[in-house]
Design a binder for this molecule. Structure first.
Ligand code: KE4
Length: 429
């Protein structure tokens, strides 16, 4: 494939933007090569600056569960853009999206819109600290909750990919209040709580982790967290920025039948426009300004364009059978991948929950951070480029998810599996 225009654009970008990208994980650092500059997207396809077409499994890191440019979403954005793009005052659209989200997630009494997942999680821990009067939070190695200071200690996603899970610039004081436990290891959480009983404000977790690659929490582990929080007055925050509306109609909390105190959301609820949200129990959410003393604000929070796109997206998700159809497609890809791996005797393991999944080049089951990071990232890099050369666009990191959308038809899945077969063949010793 010719990538000369992307290469020229990357050189030009690097003279104006740090690393030539506005988010590090896009930089291809862990897989090598030059980031591909995209120009158009439609359905399950992306086109790059050189006119190459790709089947897209990144989906802008999760928002495009309907595929790119769904007519209902584009029409909603166009209509709203002609009317107004922002008021800086309340609008009915914000109520509509809030009510729509509440109809999917009964754990949410009240919800506040923000403009990114990071803003949602950052606000959620401030709220938990304000509500409990406690300072410490417990997170999990390999989980990623955005780039707020409190989270960049043993963080996942780009921080893990680029080898800076503990970011410089995060002060000792901040780091001291972030405790790290091991994912799917309840005992590691119990010992942290026992050692810091009166000072843990919140436990924040991706109930289905996506940022060390996909690693689902076990039912026993997540139920254990709920009980631990109940017994110690700790706020349980489910970070469903990625898993929300992705893994099931009612998100991960419906799969596990666990009610978090706060849920953070993003990605899908904005239909591809900048959005985040945090919501939960009334007694906690009423602590947020202007009702309560915990301050939180945002110029473009609840902006009409993102609201319109989110409403259109969630309206399609409400359609009968949407998630059943998506499960059939995602399962087809998983089954076909298993067959391809068997054919070439390649040591790799797949984790999938709904339409988010990861193919780990690991020789053991991947159930936590340690087993995830045992993966052969060099082999993943070769696989990534072999697939890219064959028109399949995957996440440029072993520690990310791939996403199947409603636009990934049987024909597209078959084409993907054919390209995968050739790609895996190139990995043979
Ligand atoms: P944003 O601030 O990037 O909108 O959301 C942060 C965030 C919070 N919580 C979870 C569970 C997330 O997955 C994310 C962001 N996800 C990454 C992809 N692994 C965003 C991609 C990027 O950093 O460019």
């Amino acid at each position: 494939m010719n990538h000369s225009k992307s290469q020229a654009l990357f050189e030009r970008a690097s003279r104006a933007i740090p690393g030539g990208v506005n988010s590090p994980v896009r930089a291809f650092r862990s897989v090598g090569g030059t980031p591909i500059f995209m120009t158009r997207a439609e359905g399950c396809y992306l086109w790059d600056a050189d006119g190459n077409r790709y089947i897209d499994y990144v989906g802008s890191w999760g928002p495009f569960i309907l595929g790119h440019g769904h007519p209902a979403v584009v029409e909603a954005i166009e209509r709203q853009a002609r009317n107004a793009t922002s008021f800086g005052a309340p609008s009915e659209l914000e109520i509509e999206l809030a009510e729509l989200i509440k109809s999917f997630l009964p754990s949410i009494d009240l919800i506040r819109m923000v403009s990114s997942g990071t803003e949602a999680t950052m606000s959620a821990i401030r709220l938990a600290r304000g509500y409990t009067g406690r300072a410490k939070i417990i997170k999990f190695e390999g989980c990623y909750h955005g780039h707020a200071d409190s989270f960049l200690i043993k963080a996942g996603s780009g921080a893990l990919t680029l080898g800076v899970p503990n970011s410089p610039g995060v002060t000792e004081g901040t780091a001291r209040d972030t405790l790290n436990a091991r994912y799917n290891d309840l005992a590691s959480v119990q010992s942290l709580v026992a050692a810091n009983t009166a000072d843990v404000a919140a436990i924040i977790i991706e109930p289905v982790a996506g940022n060390m690659g996909v690693v689902p929490g076990t039912q026993e582990f997540l139920s254990g967290l709920r009980q631990l929080c109940d017994s110690n007055g700790i706020v349980l925050i489910f970070d469903e920025v990625m898993s929300g509306f992705r893994v099931a109609r009612g998100s991960a909390q419906a799969i596990y039948n666990i009610t978090p105190d706060i849920t953070t959301l993003g990605k899908i609820i904005g239909g591809g426009l900048p959005v985040g949200a945090f919501g939960g129990k009334k007694e906690i959410m009423t602590q947020i300004s202007p009702l309560g003393p915990v301050y939180q604000a945002g110029t473009l929070s609840g902006n009409p364009l993102a609201m319109a796109a989110g409403i259109a997206t969630l309206t399609v998700l409400k359609e009968q059978g949407f998630y059943d159809r998506l499960e059939i497609s995602a399962k087809k890809l998983e089954e076909g991948t298993r067959k391809n791996l068997e054919q070439f005797h390649i040591h790799a393991t797949q984790n999938r929950v709904g339409s988010m999944a990861t193919l780990f080049f690991a020789d053991r089951p991947v159930t936590d951070f340690e087993s995830a990071t045992s993966s052969n990232t060099a082999l993943y890099a070769r696989y990534f480029h072999a697939m890219l050369d064959r028109g399949i666009y995957l996440a440029p990191s072993q520690y990310e998810a791939y996403f199947v959308s409603a636009a990934h038809t049987d024909e597209v899945i078959a084409k993907t599996l054919a390209a995968q077969k050739e790609s895996l063949h190139t990995l043979m010793p």
